[in-house]
Design a protein around this ligand. Structure first.
Ligand code: SF4
Length: 398
C-alpha cells in the first residue's frame, strides 16, 4: 500500500495566553467556547470532505492534533472531532501509524484519557515548559508547578501509549538547576520523548514588550547556555538521543509525524492557520496555508486558504535546511532523485567547507552536534552557492 499523506489539525483555542506565544489561538470560555468550537467542528467536517475529494480517500499515515490547546476543547466537541478525523484516517482500510494530540497538563484527567484511547490516539505531547514557579508566573503559564507535576503523574500512571513533554529554556525566572530537575522529573515519570525549545521573543507578545521595557529581565547568553547544558546532560545520562535540533527521544520514540515534515513528505492541514505541503511534480511542492482567522476559515475552509508553489532552488534549499535539522541528515541520493541535480553541485562540498559542523557519512550530509546548534553558517553558504549553481536551469528529474 502506497504511503498516504499525513494530517495536521489546528485547534485554535486556549484557556489563556502564555506571555511568549504568537501561535494563532483565542481564549473563549463557557458558552462562547462551546459556540466557537461548534463552528470550528462544522468547518472541519466540510474541510475533510473537500480534501478527500481533491487528494483522494487513502487515509492518513500519521495525524497530529496541535494548536492552540486541543485538550481545552469541550469534551463532546473533542470526541466528535476525533471520531471524524479517525474515520477519514481509516478510509482506504489503513490504521494511522501514529496519532498524536497536544495536551496542556492541567486538562488531563481520566475522562480525557478515556476519550483519547477510545478514538485511537497513540501519543500525547504534553506542554509542561517549566516546573519552576517564577518562570511559570513570568511566562503566564496556566496552573502551578505542583499542579502540573501532579497531572504528569496521572499521565504516567494512566496513559498506556507513548508520551512526550515540551520543556523550554531561556525563560525569565528559570535556573539551570531547576531545568535539570524538571528534565529529571519528566524522565523519571517515563516520558520517552522531550522537546527542548529555546525561548524566542516574538514581536508583539507581552513578554517581548515586558523585556523591551525592562519590566522583565531575560537570561543572558551564558545563562541560556547553562540552562541548555543542564537539560542536555540529564537527557544524555538517561539514554535520550538528539534526533532533531530541539527534539530528544529514547530509541523508537521519535515523532514519526514530525519526521515527515522534516523530510518534506506530503501532509494536509485542517483548522485555521494550518499549513499543508503536497508534492506537485518533480522537485516541487504545493504549499496550502489555511486562513489564520476563525471566522474566515469557518465561512469557507478551503476557499479562504492561500496556495503557492515552491519549486526550483527554493524547494531544493528548503529540503537541505529541513534535512540538516535531523540526525538522519540529507541523503545525497534522494536529493538527486528529487531535484535532478547533485547536492554537491547545488550547494558545494558543505562537509569540506564546514568540517566541524557538517560531516559526510555514507550517502548523507549530517550536522554534527555542534552543527545542530549553528546551522546558520553552512545554510547561508549553501544559499549563496545555490543562487549561482541553479541560475538558468529548471528541475530535471533523473
Ligand atoms: S497554551 Fe500553547 S498555544 Fe496556547 S497560548 Fe500557551 S503556548 Fe500558546
Amino acid at each position: 500500500m502506497a504511503v498516504a499523506p499525513s494530517l495536521y489539525v489546528h485547534v485554535p483555542f486556549c484557556a489563556s495566553r502564555c506571555a511568549y506565544c504568537d501561535f494563532y489561538s483565542s481564549t473563549p470560555s463557557g458558552p462562547a467556547l462551546e459556540s466557537a468550537a461548534g463552528r470550528w467542528l462544522r468547518a472541519l467536517r466540510t474541510h475533510v470532505e473537500f480534501l478527500a475529494s481533491r487528494f483522494g480517500r487513502d487515509g492518513f499515515e500519521t495525524i497530529y492534533i496541535g494548536g492552540g490547546t486541543p485538550s481545552w476543547l469541550p469534551g463532546d466537541t473533542l470526541a466528535e472531532a476525533l471520531w471524524l478525523i479517525g474515520r477519514a484516517a481509516r478510509s482506504g482500510g489503513r490504521e494511522p501509524t501514529e496519532w498524536s494530540l497536544e495536551a496542556n497538563p492541567e486538562d488531563v484527567d481520566e475522562r480525557l484519557i478515556d476519550t483519547l484511547l477510545e478514538a485511537g490516539v497513540t501519543r500525547l505531547s504534553v506542554g509542561a515548559q517549566s516546573l519552576e514557579e517564577e518562570a511559570r508566573r513570568l511566562s503566564a503559564r496556566r496552573g502551578t508547578a505542583a499542579e502540573t507535576l501532579g497531572r504528569l503523574e496521572v499521565i504516567a500512571a494512566r496513559w498506556p501509549g507513548r508520551w512526550s513533554v515540551d520543556l523550554m529554556f531561556g525563560l525569565p525566572g528559570q535556573s539551570a538547576e531547576g531545568l535539570a530537575e524538571d528534565a529529571r522529573a519528566v524522565i523519571g515519570l517515563g516520558a520517552g520523548h522531550v522537546s527542548l525549545y529555546e525561548l524566542t521573543l516574538e514581536d508583539g507578545t507581552p513578554l517581548s514588550r515586558a523585556a523591551a521595557s525592562g519590566t522583565v529581565s531575560l537570561p543572558d547568553d551564558d545563562q541560556r547556555a547553562d540552562h541548555y547544558e543542564a537539560a542536555r546532560s540529564r537527557l544524555l545520562e538517561a539514554g535520550f538521543r538528539r534526533y532533531e535540533v530541539s527534539n530528544w527521544a529514547l530509541d523508537g520514540q521519535e515523532c514519526a509525524h514530525n519526521l515527515r515534515y522534516w523530510n518534506l513528505d506530503d501532509w494536509l492541514a485542517i483548522g485555521p492557520s494550518g499549513v499543508g505541503n503536497v508534492a506537485s511534480g518533480p522537485g516541487a511542492f504545493r504549499r496550502i496555508v489555511n486562513a489564520a482567522d476563525l471566522d474566515a476559515y469557518c465561512s469557507d475552509p478551503s476557499g479562504s486558504a492561500s496556495e503557492s508553489t515552491v519549486d526550483g532552488k527554493e524547494a531544493a534549499f528548503e529540503c537541505l535546511m529541513m534535512a540538516l535539522r535531523t540526525s538522519r541528515g540529507l541523503s545525497l541520493g534522494s536529493f538527486e532523485r528529487r531535484f535532478g541535480m547533485k547536492a554537491m553541485d547545488a550547494f558545494g562540498p558543505l562537509h569540506d567547507r564546514f568540517p566541524g559542523l557538517v560531516r559526510l557519512e555514507g550517502d548523507a550530509w549530517i550536522a554534527t552536534d555542534r552543527g545542530l546548534d549553528t546551522l546558520n553558517e553552512p545554510l547561508v553558504d549553501a544559499l549563496s552557492s545555490i543562487e549561482r549553481s541553479w541560475a538558468g536551469r529548471s528541475p530535471q528529474p533523473v
